[in-house]
Ligand binder design. Structure first.
Ligand SMILES: [Zn+2]
Length: 195
C-alpha cells in the first residue's frame, strides 16, 4: 500500500517527535529526555520536514508543549506495538479531543484550498498535536497500523513507521537492523561445528 504523502509526512514527524523527546533506549544505549535548549533543538529537527515557513522558528514554550503531546502519542504507539488496539484507539481519541482536531479547509500564503487537521485559531503546538494525532488516527484505523511499532532490536524501544514498499521493516533505523543481523550472523557462526 502507499501512504498519502501528507499523512505520511505528518506521521513521520510524530514518530520523530516521540523518539526525540521521550526517554528509553536507542540502539543499545539509554536515552534521556532532552531539556532546555536541547529540547527545543530536538523538537525543531523532528518536525522540520513537515513544517511550513509560516510556522516561524521553534520556541522553548512550543517545544515544551509538543514534548507533552509526544508523551501522549508514545502512550498510543506502545499498545499498538503490543497488539492492544483497543487501548491505543481509546487513548488517541482522547488526544484528538484535547487537541481539538477538526478537519478544516483553509487557504493561506498563496496556496490553493487544502485541508488542515486543526482549528483555524489553534496555537502552533495544539495545531501540530491535532495534525499528528489525526495522521496517527488514519494509520490506526486502517491496514497501515501493521507498519507502526517499536524497534525489535534488543535494548531499543524507539518508534518506527514503515513506509517501505513491501512493509517488512521492524527496526527504528538501519543501524539497529544491522546490529541484529550481525548478532544473528555471529550466533550462526558460533553455533556451526568447528572444522
Ligand atoms: Zn532501534
Amino acid at each position: 500500500m502507499e501512504f498519502d504523502s501528507d499523512v505520511s509526512s505528518v506521521v513521520q514527524a510524530a514518530v520523530s517527535l516521540v523518539n526525540a523527546t521521550t526517554p528509553g533506549e536507542h540502539g543499545g544505549r539509554p536515552v534521556e529526555a532532552p531539556t532546555g535548549p536541547a529540547l527545543t533543538a530536538a523538537v525543531a529537527t523532528a518536525v522540520a520536514p513537515a513544517s511550513r515557513p509560516s510556522d516561524g522558528p521553534m520556541t522553548d514554550a512550543v517545544a515544551g508543549e509538543l514534548a507533552g503531546w509526544a508523551a501522549r502519542l508514545r502512550a498510543v504507539v506502545e499498545p499498538v506495538d503490543a497488539g492492544d488496539l483497543d487501548t491505543a484507539c481509546a487513548r488517541l481519541n482522547e488526544v484528538l479531543r484535547d487537541a481539538a482536531a477538526v478537519p478544516t479547509l483553509t487557504r493561506h500564503d498563496g496556496e490553493g484550498w487544502h485541508l488542515h487537521f486543526h482549528r483555524p485559531d489553534a496555537d502552533l503546538a495544539t495545531g501540530w498535536a491535532a495534525g499528528m494525532a489525526t495522521g496517527l488516527a488514519i494509520v490506526l484505523g486502517g491496514p497501515a497500523v501493521e507498519r507502526l511499532g517499536l524497534c525489535r532490536a534488543p535494548r531499543c524501544d524507539r518508534a518506527y513507521l514503515d513506509t517501505s514498499r513491501n512493509g517488512t521493516r521492524r527496526f527504528c533505523s538501519t543501524a539497529c537492523q544491522n546490529r541484529v543481523k550481525a548478532a544473528a550472523f555471529r550466533a550462526r557462526r558460533d553455533a556451526a561445528p568447528a572444522r
